[in-house]
Design a protein around this ligand. Sequence first.
Ligand code: IPD
Ligand code: CA
Ligand code: CA
Length: 272
Amino acid sequence: MSLPLDQDIPLDTLLSVATDAARRGGAVLTECARTGFHIEHKQSINLVTNADHQAEQQIIDIIHAAFPTHAVLAEERGLTEQYPSRYKWVIDPLDGTTNFAHGFPAYCVSIGVECDGRGMIGVVYDPTRDELFTAQISRGAYLNGIPISVSATDHLDRALLVTGFAYDIRETPNNNLNHFVRFALKVQGLRRTGTAALDLCYVAAGRFDGFWEVTLNPWDMAAGVVILREAGGTVTDFQGAPHSIYGQELVASNGPIHQAMLDLLQEDPAHS
Ligand code: IPD
Ligand code: CA
Ligand code: CA
C-alpha cells in the first residue's frame, strides 16, 4: 500500500511544535541536573547520560503526537522513518553532554526541521539561561522573541571565534589542533564552549564572530545553521562550497570575516 506524501504544513505550526518539544526537553535536563543522573561511556571520552535519553524520548513523543508520519533523526535513537516523508526532524536532545556531566552550565536542546531536504525551522533552547533561539526560513532569527543578527566585525584581529573538537581527537591527525593554533595567533580571542548548537546561535546573535569545526554530526548543526542564515550569517564547508548538515565540516561566520577564515583553514601547514 502506498501512502500519500505529507501535505505542506505551515511554518508557524512546525515552529510551535519544535518550541514545545525543545522546552520540554530542556525541562528534563534541568530536572536531571537537579536530582542526579547516570553517566555511561559510548567511547573513551564520549559520554551519554540518562538525561540525554529521557529528553530525547520526550521530544520525539511530542513530535510524533503532532506528526505521526514524519521522519525523525535523533542522536541517541538514530533514524525513525516508518513511511517516506517530506519532513525530517533532526534532534540533539543534549548538545554539550560533557559540560552537563560536569555541571558546567553550557548545554542545550537542538531541533531542526527539514522539508524536502531543506532546513526550514531551527530551535535551540538553553535551559540554564532560559534562552530560546528560533528561526523559520525567510522570516529571520530570534532570541526569546527579539530579532537577532550577526556582528559587523571585519578583521580577524578584532574577532572572537569559537571552535570545538570531536571525540576522536586522540585517534586522528585531522583533529583541528593545527587550525586551533593558527587561529589563536591571529584573532582577538578564541573559545571552546563544548556545545556546537549554541556556538552557531552565538554567531547568529553577534556574541561570536565566527565558528568552525572539522567533524560535526547533522544533529549538531541542523537547527543552528537555519538560525545563523536567518540572522544574516554565512555557512560553508572549508572550501567555501555550500554547507550540508550531512557533511562534517562547518565554517560559520558573520560574513565579512568568512574569506579570511577559509584562507586560514586552507593554509598549507608546511608554509604557515
Ligand atoms: C558535541 C558538542 C561539542 C562539539 C562536538 C559535539 P555532544 O556534541 O557539540 O561542542 O565540539 O563535536 O559532538 O556530544 O555534546 O552532543
Ligand atoms: Ca551534539
Ligand atoms: Ca548530544
